[in-house]
Ligand binder design. Structure first.
Ligand code: HBI
Ligand code: FE
Length: 292
């Protein structure tokens, strides 16, 4: 996926923006996908669903199962009806990365923009921009969870203030370290709920099992002050105790004073501890279970 908040002239982007409406939505044109494209989806799906069984959060696995989309690139209207039934969200097709203010507005109104095109055969393991596999497989299952669905809408609604205060990069780090690369403690294990993780084979295993990567307790201010890499596995992940923490930790937080205080400061590099950090180790989690 693309770095949130990054400047982009549309000619660098690979989707077809020529037919897009003012809100950047386009028809999905489901009938236009080739057999080869559906087949590519099926192979990506098959690989990731197996890894998700082991390493993804329960909400993700349950949402994915309900979407019933193993057999080809999903029809957004059909799958969207399941989503709307669950949490009132809708899917809108987009050509790819869209401007911040349009993206925020869609989320605030419970519309999730899903890129319509699928990656090429040589990109099965990695691509920089979001495609339909990342956007749909990665993001839509979590939107079937009512708590997560509310959090995402609140995130979108927070966009206007971040823009007015010139602090979009700080808000974008929240998205990055939760929606894209979030980890959760569940049944004594570290599991993934972030779309950037669950749509990547390598990072699903790395983020949940690497003994050395930094895993920090969820801390909104620490997150807003932490830089991130868009072209490699993350070197720090933030771990929530349950999805409700996204509401109690973020939706009830007054971001204005935090933006004011830190928006001019240099973010922390992602690959090292800061004073006061208490990293979570996999051993520590195993010990906690032993003592439960
Ligand atoms: N557009 N299609 C798409 N997908 C994104 O994840 C996305 C975007 N535009 C802006 C954006 N993300 C970020 O800037 C915000 O999360 C801050
Ligand atoms: Fe994404």
């Amino acid at each position: 996926m693309k770095k949130p908040g990054s400047a982009n002239s549309s000619n660098e982007l690979r989707g077809d923006y020529s037919q897009a409406r003012a809100d950047y939505s386009v028809p999905q044109d489901h009938a236009a996908y080739s057999d080869a494209e559906h087949d590519r989806w099926c192979r990506l799906y098959g690989r990731q669903v197996g890894l998700a069984e082991k390493h993804a959060a329960r909400a993700f696995r349950e949402g994915l199962a309900r979407l019933d989309c193993a057999d080809g690139i999903p029809d957004f209207d059909q799958a969207g009806a399941i989503l709307t039934d669950a949490t009132g969200w809708r899917i809108v097709a987009v050509p790819g990365f869209i401007p911040d203010e349009i993206f925020f507005d869609h989320l605030a109104n419970r519309r999730f923009p899903v890129t319509r095109w699928i990656r090429e055969e040589h990109e099965l393991d990695y691509l920089v921009e979001p495609d339909v596999f990342h956007d749909f497989f990665g993001h839509v299952p979590m939107l079937l969870d009512p708590v997560f669905a509310d959090f995402m809408a609140a995130y979108g609604a927070a966009g206007a203030r971040a823009r007015a205060m010139d602090a979009v990069p700080m808000l974008a780090r929240i998205y990055w370290y939760t929606v894209e690369f979030g980890l959760i403690r569940e049944e004594g294990e570290i599991r993934a709920y972030g779309a950037g993780i669950v749509s990547s084979a390598g990072e699903t295993v790395f983020s949940t099992t690497d003994p050395d990567v930094l895993r920090l307790r969820f801390d909104p201010v620490r997150i807003m002050r932490t830089a991130y890499a868009i072209d490699d596995f993350q070197s720090t992940y933030f771990v929530i105790d349950d999805l409700q923490q996204l509401i109690t930790g973020l939706v009830d937080l007054d971001f204005g004073p935090i933006y004011q205080r830190y928006r001019e400061t240099q973010p922390f590099p992602a690959d090292r501890l800061q004073d006061g950090d208490a990293p979570i180790t996999l051993n520590k989690i195993a010990e906690d279970i032993a003592h439960d």
